[in-house]
Design a protein. Structure first.
Length: 67
């Protein structure tokens, strides 16, 4: 079951990345998408929603700022 979930997430991620490249999204939109995907991935790996949101928010902010 875990492998199925991982494959689903990776497939979804690939579609989102292809769309981002095709549409040439800006940094803010990329950060928003990254944050959503990280929350999904981290909670799927067992982190609490609060912890996952914190890590995702920090990563998205770094992308927004170009760090």
């Amino acid at each position: 079951m875990q492998q199925s979930g991982l494959r689903f997430w990776l497939g979804l991620y690939q579609v989102l990345m292809s769309n981002a490249i095709e549409r040439r999204i800006d940094r803010a939109e990329a950060a928003r998408r990254l944050e959503e995907m990280l929350v999904l991935a981290l909670t799927g790996l067992g982190l609490s929603a609060i912890d996952a949101a914190g890590y995702a928010s920090t990563s998205a902010e770094a992308l927004r700022l170009g760090d």
